[in-house]
Structures are given as C-alpha cells and as structure tokens.
Ligand binder design. Structure first.
Ligand SMILES: Nc1nc2c(ncn2[C@@H]2O[C@H](COP(=O)(O)OP(=O)(O)O)[C@@H](O)[C@H]2O)c(=O)[nH]1
Ligand SMILES: [Mg+2]
Ligand SMILES: [Zn+2]
Length: 298
C-alpha cells in the first residue's frame, strides 16, 4: 500500500480534536491529529495526510502570523489562527460588557490586529444609549460600524475586504444573524457539520471559518461571557490601550499602580484628556484583576 504524501489545507472548523480542513473548495476533509494534539485552530494552514475520500490526519501547522486566544482558568483556548482583525459585535439590547470588549481588544492589539466595534440592532430605540456607552471606544480610535443585521449589513462589508476577521460577541448580540447575512450559505455548512458530528449541540461551541471572497474571510467564534488574559504578559495590558501610546514607560516607578503614586504617566494622560475616565477605570480594573490572578498562581 502506498502512503499518500502530505497535502496542504486550511482548518475551517474546530471541534475538540476534530478539524474540518478545506483542501480545495471541492475537497473538505475531517481530520484527527497525531498524539491527540488539540492545539490547532480555525484559520491554521496545515499539512495533512489524506485518508479515504473525506478523512485525514493533520501532521503539522505552518507558522502563524497571529493567534487569537483567550484564557479560561489556567488553560488557553485558541479561537482563531492568522487573523488580521477583530470585530466585536455588541447590540442596542441586551446590554453588553465594556470589560469584555476592552479585554478582547487588548488581546487583539497584542497580536497586531485591528479592532472594530459593530453595533447591531440599530433599529431599536436603545441605540442612542448604546452609542453613548461606546463613546469612549470611539474616542480611543476604534472604528464603530452601526447596522441592523436583520435589515442591511452592507456598512460592514468594506471593513472586511482583504481581511481575515475574527467575529466575537456575547450571545444575544445578533452574531449569528450577522453571519447569515454576510455568508448566504453559512447554514448549509453548519448543517453538514452537525450531521458529521451527529449532534447539533457542538455547532454553537466551536469556531468556524467562512470565505467572503478570494481575499477575505470571517472566523465566527462561540458566544462568550468572559475573556481571560492569563496568556498575556502583564505589561502588555496597558499597552493594549492605543490612546496611551505616548505615555508608556513614563511613570516614575516601574511598579506604579497608577492610582496614587506620584508622577504617574497614565494619570497624566487622564488629566490631559488623552484617555477617557471610563477607559482609565477599565484599564485599572483589568490590570488589577489580572495582576492578582497571577500573584495567586491561578
Ligand atoms: N431588532 C433586531 N433584532 C435582531 C437584529 N439582529 C438580530 N436580532 C435578534 O436578536 C436575537 C439574537 O440573535 P442571534 O443572531 O441569535 O444572536 P447571537 O446569540 O449573537 O448569535 C434574535 O432574536 C435575532 O432575531 C437586528 O438587527 N435588530
Ligand atoms: Mg449565535
Ligand atoms: Zn503609573
């Protein structure tokens, strides 16, 4: 029996240690891994050994240009490989978490990714209040795209062109509605995947890559409530605030807590209005939470 040579593919869905790999638009293969490895992610470029008509074994992944992941307890969960930007979906209602947005954007910045905010359900009367809450992010320079996924998603399309975008959001924000509007055959692939897994419940808990065109793709991630940053060095957290760019390293004390120490550079940024007070407060909250998590060895 001849052993087939490894071929190249791209992971388009990740379910535990099962990966759906696109070898070509007409050739999808469900792959397992060597040695029970589970550290591949949607968007990974992989080498696989084909088996039969529709299976395979992933041998290795090519080097990544970026990796979007979050920490849960002491574990790192991979959400997407090689993304160029993050789109955070929020909605006029239900209410969204400022801290979740902040944490995800810090992580994206650390990976060299741009972050967009997509405000969905702009047909609802709560939209003005939601915009007010997003104002500090606007001031920090994040693009805000307002739309109603039920009506028209065209405002978002130019931002997705030529990019590999990770789509993230809390559940209920309309992320699935948005994906279905952007990717007309999204449901077909989802149905094929649930048939393979023989269970609908997996389909909402994994990342999925959709092609928008030859140059653009979208990686949909599971709805999440928390975004742990234990996998980031603590000193990357303040660096994730683009409006503080001119103030890094200007605190008098290297271990400055940015609350009451004299000559704190970041408080100077606050005093001059460079950073919005709510962003400053969020920065301290994230810094302190992640700092105590690390010192308690979690
Ligand atoms: N009014 C309004 N409702 C929306 C819009 N987009 C989604 N929804 C509704 O919000 C609810 C949650 O949507 P879904 O896409 O399942 O959210 P997900 O949990 O983020 O995937 C559903 O009832 C949708 O119909 C929108 O633009 N306007
Ligand atoms: Mg959904
Ligand atoms: Zn300071």
């Amino acid at each position: 029996m001849t052993r087939l040579a490894a071929i190249h593919g791209e992971v388009i869905a990740a379910h535990g240690r099962h990966y759906l790999v696109e070898v070509s638009p007409a050739e999808l293969r469900w792959c397992v891994t060597r040695g029970r490895r589970s550290d591949y992610a949607c968007g990974d470029q992989v080498l696989l050994t084909p088996e039969g008509a529709a299976d395979g074994v992933i041998e290795s992944a090519l080097p990544r240009t970026s990796l979007f992941s979050r920490s849960v307890e002491h574990r790192t969960k991979l959400l997407a490989a090689n993304p160029t930007q993050l789109a955070i979906t929020v909605a006029s209602e239900p209410s969204f978490s400022d801290e979740l947005i902040t944490r995800a954007a810090i992580n994206a910045h650390h990976q060299g990714m741009r972050t967009l905010i997509v405000l969905n359900k702009c047909d609802l009367p709560e939209t003005d209040a939601a915009r007010e809450r997003l104002h500090p992010l606007l001031r920090a320079g994040y693009p805000l795209i307002s739309l109603s996924a039920l009506a028209d998603v065209s405002a978002l399309r130019p931002f997705l062109a030529g990019e590999r975008t990770v789509l993230m959001g809390q559940s209920g924000m309309g992320k699935s509605t948005l994906v279905n509007a952007l990717v007309p055959d999204a449901n077909t692939l989802t149905a094929a995947i649930s048939t393979f897994l023989d269970s609908g419940r997996h389909t909402t808990t994994a990342s999925r890559l959709y092609r928008l065109d030859a140059q653009s793709s979208l990686i949909d991630t599971p709805g999440l409530k928390e975004f742990g940053l234990a996998h980031l060095p603590l000193n990357r957290i303040a660096r994730g605030f683009p409006e503080l760019a001119d103030w890094h390293g200007t605190c008098r004390f290297a271990n400055c807590g940015h609350r009451s120490e004299p000559d704190c550079g970041y408080r100077q940024a606050l005093d001059t209005g460079a950073i919005h007070p709510r962003r400053f407060e969020l920065m301290l909250r994230v810094l302190e939470a992640e700092g105590s998590r690390r010192s308690h060895g979690h």
